[in-house]
Design a protein around this ligand. Structure first.
Ligand SMILES: C[S@@+](CC[C@H](N)C(=O)[O-])C[C@H]1O[C@@H](n2cnc3c(N)ncnc32)[C@H](O)[C@@H]1O
Length: 468
């Protein structure tokens, strides 16, 4: 253990004596080991951004000071993630909670930094850039007198009949006059410099970020992952704190916003997430946004042994992974006692026909039931048949790790077929797929599916890296 680790261990002990053993303490202990590792693998010029909410931010900052050292704290960024809402009407006795905190630490003094700007706000440009040139360019007049006069070494000479200490040499002043940049508003007035708005970079980004709206139900970006962050937020962070070709790591990558932004900006990336739902969603997101993209996935079962191992370790993760193999939306989650017999749902469109013409459609469901146990039996097929009926679904899919028995297959066949005039062909109403078959690429025969998650818009290749 090096001294940094020892400090952090002491810090955790102190926090524990205050917080005792509760969820917050468990979270901080989980974060502490990860932050130590992230600090260890970070390049000397690298940065860490930690996004959190106000319930944990004060504890996390202490932890970060312990891991990164207080002198490497650079900013507490406040991201305004939503607009005013009406908690008050529901009786809330606190101010509206609109912001999240993003801590920004560097590994050391020499940190990668690409200054970034945002456009000036209109009140400023209208107040300070009031003047408009004949060609429509907005400008302002700036003082060109040398501050500090002779003492600061400013030259004294005459310009347009006015003698002063100036901030430019005679030669430079002549050049600016020839370029039409030095203006005298009336005879005898002190000449000034004509500064065009379109030559200014904008206002440098401060630590209050109120220009990046949160993802809402109408956002094109919306994928359906509960904690999805806006791409612009991650693009800003990655643009400022890394260069093209650098490596970005998001150890809690969710639906992969950081991974998407890194790919778009020409950075290499690694994303880590504990849920298979996140991994399958990112895979879809990446292929939608960057057709032909190449990447590797580590840690999802690739063969039957891997699948068995996952099923034995975590029933819910196994279910999420299994439903992702057939592009189903996971259902029910980890809610105890909420065993509805549904582990996932697949949606498809059934078309109504009048003669040969299509006259509308309905979205229909296929219920997915996953079994990761060592043995399966015919009662499970009957259960699924009941759920299909109860839910008014058109079909059911039984996914099993264990080999199904002959009576199970016979029971499934008893359910007959689903057919519709709007769809070509007919489909077995209750199908059985084994994990082994799915891993071998043998997919169940289902009607054409409606995508379970929203599609990420394709990124235009020429967009490349954001220009700073
Ligand atoms: C707040 S979300 C990240 C959201 C992400 N920025 C996005 O835009 O989707 C946190 C993620 O951390 C994952 N997670 C939680 N505990 C984890 C752990 N111990 N290791 C890896 N990932 C974990 C969760 O599954 C969740 O997807």
């Amino acid at each position: 253990m090096n001294s940094g680790n020892t400090d952090v261990a002491e810090l955790l002990r102190a926090m524990r004596s205050f917080l005792h053993e509760n969820d917050m303490m468990a979270y901080l202990a989980m974060m502490a080991v990860r932050l130590l590792e992230l600090h260890r693998v970070l390049k000397p010029t690298g940065s860490l951004y930690l996004h959190c909410d106000p319930t944990a931010s004060h504890y996390l900052k202490i932890l970060l000071d312990g891991v990164f050292q207080p002198q490497n704290f650079r900013n507490e960024i406040i991201w305004k993630r939503s607009s005013a809402h009406s908690d008050a009407k529901q009786g809330a006795k606190h101010y509206g909670r609109l912001t999240d905190t993003i801590f920004f630490y560097s590994k050391g003094e020499d940190v990668t930094w690409n200054q970034t700007y945002r456009p000036y706000d209109e009140t400023y440009t209208e107040r300070d850039y009031r003047r408009v040139d004949t060609d429509g360019r907005r400008y302002r007049l700036d003082n060109i007198q040398g501050p500090g006069g002779a003492e600061k070494g400013n030259p004294y000479y005459e310009v347009m009949g006015v003698s002063r200490y100036w901030r430019y040499s005679r030669e430079k002043m002549q050049q600016l006059i020839r370029q039409g940049r030095i203006i005298q508003t009336r005879p005898g007035a002190v000449p000034q410099y004509k500064r065009y708005l379109d030559e200014m970079p904008g206002v440098s980004v401060q630590n209050l970020w109120d220009d990046i709206p949160v993802i809402n139900n109408r956002s094109k970006e919306l994928l359906g992952y509960p904690t999805q962050k806006p791409l612009a937020l991650l693009e800003r962070i990655i643009t400022v704190s890394s260069n093209e070709g650098d490596l970005v790591l998001d150890p809690f990558c969710g639906c992969g916003t950081a991974v998407h932004a890194a790919e778009k900006l020409g950075r290499s990336w690694i994303g880590i997430d504990i849920t298979h739902l996140a991994i399958s969603l990112i895979e879809k997101r990446l292929t939608d946004a960057f057709p032909g993209i190449k990447y590797e996935v580590h840690g999802t079962p690739k063969d039957i042994e891997g699948a068995r191992d996952l099923a034995a370790r975590d029933k819910y993760q196994f279910q999420w992974w299994a439903v992702s193999l057939v592009n189903a939306v996971p259902f029910g989650g980890k809610k105890k006692g909420a065993d509805t017999g549904i582990d996932g749902v697949i949606y498809f469109k059934d078309f109504k026909k009048k003669g040969e013409a299509l006259v509308g459609s309905t979205t229909e469901k296929i219920i997915v039931s996953v079994k990761g146990g060592e043995s399966v039996g015919v009662s499970m097929i009957r259960d699924l048949a009941h759920v299909i009926e109860r839910e008014g679904a058109k079909m059911g899919l039984f996914i099993t790790l264990a080999e199904p028995t002959d009576p199970m297959r016979k029971e499934a066949l008893k359910e007959g077929y689903f057919e519709s005039p709007g769809l070509k062909g007919k489909y077995l109403k209750l199908q059985i797929a084994t994990i082994e078959e799915l891993l071998a690429g043998k997919k169940p025969e289902l009607p054409p599916l409606v995508s379970s998650f929203a599609q990420a818009p394709e990124e235009a290749p020429e967009q490349g890296a954001l220009k700073i």
